[in-house]
Write a protein that binds this ligand. Structure first.
Ligand code: NDP
Length: 351
């Protein structure tokens, strides 16, 4: 049993309210304070959630003595600065994805966490899903032989309540930082390899209007990208905010079979996994269906306790970011982007 924690929330966000705060409480942890850039929104969040203290300044939150750890779920461009403030104050950091918006910023976060001897983890939920753990186990066990390709469909309809900065902010908004980044968190542990090159094409296809004042650069809401690996594996991604009908899917093709995860690119512990080979097609039994966010919280607390590793470490968060940034750069340049070497070693539960 990992230790109970006393939390401070940074960001009065949807994900905190809908997914993470309920699981923090279910663990028996306490939430003692929340920071929001807007006092009124912070108060409203705190009233609904029953949180006693509200601050607007991150410094006032991270200096509190009644907090062991912070959960950062602000808009993406704030993560870096807030995580560094928390780590410098000696607080452990569970940061939402993307870890930051540049590799230099993300690596600085890792260094500051290290220097201050605090745990920094990234809240990519998918690698901790039991379906994904089982797919990785099958791949490692050689169930489909030498790996050839992955096709990943992570195209969904963005709920109306989330169509703010996500569809408009040139810095930190868009489908690549939101969804491609999650795909990348799945691929490195699955393939035990970091991609060598990335190329993508993106469009703006949603019926939502871009806020006129923002910029004349359209923030993409649908992307198709290809990654290639030195081992010869090819990966194809379709990520979108615009698809109402269709199931998410993760297909892994090997010389001796194919593993298909249906409905597994999701926030819920759902979906099915199928193995197709010479012996036919069969569904893989997945008896455990732990909540994905609980997996992240438990592993974070175990890392603080010294009894485990975060489901997604800061390093793994940087690797995921590097793939998203490579796709992003390819969209801007129209060229294939070569990624620098990064170890794909991983620490996901059960693998
Ligand atoms: P929200 O848009 O709900 O919240 C982000 C910030 O926007 C808040 O911290 C708040 O700032 C501000 N904000 C919230 N509501 C409003 C509003 N009505 N008007 C103006 N500003 C507002 O973000 P999400 O919950 O969708 O995402 C937060 C983070 O979590 C992102 O980094 C995202 O990538 C990540 N995320 C991760 C998921 C996962 O499964 N791991 C899933 C969804 C999101 P302030 O606090 O200063 O008031």
């Amino acid at each position: 049993m990992s230790p109970r924690l006393r939390w401070g929330l940074i960001g009065a966000s949807d994900i905190a309210a809908t997914r993470v705060l309920p699981k923090i409480r279910e663990r028996g942890d306490t939430v003692n304070a929340i920071q929001s850039g807007t006092l009124e929104r912070g108060r409203s969040f705190a009233n609904t959630a029953g949180i006693e203290h509200v601050v607007t300044d991150v410094g006032d939150l991270v200096e509190r003595d009644d907090i062991d750890a912070v959960y950062i779920s602000s808009a993406n461009h704030h993560h870096h600065r807030q995580a560094i403030a928390a780590a410098e104050a000696g607080k452990h950091v569970l940061c939402e994805k993307p870890i930051a918006l540049s590799i230099a910023d993300a690596e600085r976060m890792l260094r500051v966490a290290d220097d201050n001897d605090v745990v920094l983890a990234v809240n990519h939920h998918l690698p901790g899903a039991d379906t994904h753990t089982e797919i990785r186990r099958l791949v490692r066990a050689g169930a489909i032989g030498r790996l050839l390709a992955v096709r990943l469909a992570h195209a969904v309809m963005l709920p109306e309540r989330l169509r703010g900065w996500r569809v408009n902010a040139p810095e930190g908004g868009g489908v690549v930082m939101d969804i491609t980044c999650h795909d990348a968190s799945v691929l490195d542990p699955l393939l035990a390899e970091h991609p060598h090159a990335a190329a993508g094409l993106a469009v703006r296809q949603g019926s939502w209007a871009q806020e006129a004042a923002q910029t004349d650069v359209l923030v993409p809401d649908a992307v198709m990208a290809t990654l290639s690996y030195k081992s010869g594996v090819l990966v194809q991604l379709h990520d979108a905010f615009t698809i109402s009908y269709g199931e998410t899917r993760l297909e892994v093709f090997g010389e001796e079979g194919t593993i298909t995860g249906l409905g597994v690119m999701t926030q819920d512990p759902s979906g099915s996994v199928w193995l197709q080979s010479e012996a036919g097609t069969r569904e893989i039994d997945i008896p455990d269906r732990a909540d994905l966010y609980m997996v992240g919280l438990d592993s974070f607390a175990a890392a603080i306790d010294g009894t485990g590793e975060p489901s997604v470490t800061g390093e793994a968060g940087v690797r995921a970011l590097s793939v998203a940034l490579a796709v992003h750069t390819s969209l801007a340049s129209g060229e294939t982007v070569t990624l620098s070497e990064r170890s794909a070693s991983h620490t996901v539960r059960g693998t």
